[in-house]
Design a protein around this ligand. Sequence first.
Ligand SMILES: Nc1ncnc2c1ncn2[C@@H]1O[C@H](COP(=O)(O)OP(=O)(O)O)[C@@H](O)[C@H]1O
Ligand SMILES: O=C(OP(=O)(O)O)[C@H](O)COP(=O)(O)O
Length: 394
Amino acid sequence: MNKKTLHDLDVEGKKVFCRVDFNVPMQDGEVTDDTRIKAALPTITHLIEHGATVILASHLGRPKGEASDDLRLDPVAERLSELLGRNVIKTDDVYGNEVDEAVSQAGPGDVILLENVRFEPGEEENDASLVQAFVNMADLYVNDAFGAAHRAHASTTGVAEKLPAAAGFLMEKEIEVLGKALANPERPFTAIIGGAKVKDKINVIDNLLDKVDNLIIGGGLAYTFVKAQGFEIGNSLLEEDKLDLARQFMQKAEDKNVRFVMPQDVVVADDLSESADTKIVDITAIPDNWEALDIGPKTRETYEAIVKESKLVIWNGPMGVFEYAPFAGGTRAVAESLAHTEGYTIIGGGDSAAAVESFGFAGDMDHVSTGGGASLEFMEGQVLPGVQALDDQS
Ligand SMILES: Nc1ncnc2c1ncn2[C@@H]1O[C@H](COP(=O)(O)OP(=O)(O)O)[C@@H](O)[C@H]1O
Ligand SMILES: O=C(OP(=O)(O)O)[C@H](O)COP(=O)(O)O
């Protein structure tokens, strides 16, 4: 990375404004998955141990510029305190008198967590006065929020442009691992793309076709391609206005000699529920009024075989609606094949990471990215604004 990193900053005795991505799953006021908090610990610990006053800022959810009690960061502060083994000072505001006081009373090694920055409308607008409020708090800026690096907001880019700014260790690692895998990929290189966000992922497919040997399509994304081939898909997920693009991509794959792999069979259901009627059908025989919600057994075998012979596998997006037991088999099978393969494995995307974690395979992957949208935009070849705004390496 040609950007400054935490290693380049002398933080001793300095106030450091550190953007983290603590946008974590919560239920009933409790953090249910602390992966993103743990991922930021190396940066926070480094700042503490090197005598900085640490001012942490994060968003949680999408409150759209208004305070909302269920999106306060208090449970996150509590979990962070437990993980650090020290008190974290949580403010109820994002800036203002209460924050000024907390910052002025804090000394080297103290950790302050500001309230959810998206309670302020100026955050997503990258508003100059909110940026100035952040700038006034600190001497230096560190961005460790890889998961939010595709957002050009006050706390991700605005403040970075006004203070000496460097990448934190998580940001550095994500960029390095993803960048290395894509710049000089080991072959055969396989990408597995599934999930439900067809609009977000279609451009990634275009870019990946220039890089991969095998492109495996699964999940809800697959059925736009199945329909584009002229088959009926019942009630399965469809992005009607992406059919032409799907055809172009299949043609591009053929022209570039990329193996474009689609489901051969699927699990269809008459309802999205645990107790739905289900059957396994050939991909060309999805019945009217039924919905394809998982890849079938033949498809799983094919995908497993391709993963096994690959040297590098990137996976984003579940193969089926894994949240429901009858449709979790395909995602589990692919997760298991990645866990057992000798090739290098990278998982990206909130739901994919959660699926892998829930099956108990997260520790068997080479890299589980903390960013979903961010890792996709990075893979598309885009420079992420949160990275772009950091100081260049001199
Ligand atoms: N066949 C399918 N039909 C509808 N939704 C699906 C299908 N397969 C997977 N999904 C859904 O896709 C969602 C995840 O999609 P997405 O957000 O794109 O993935 P990620 O968060 O890993 O990037 C999951 O909630 C899953 O239930
Ligand atoms: O959870 C996040 O992204 P992800 O769901 O793509 O992994 C990040 O915290 C960014 O959140 P945002 O998509 O509301 O800007």
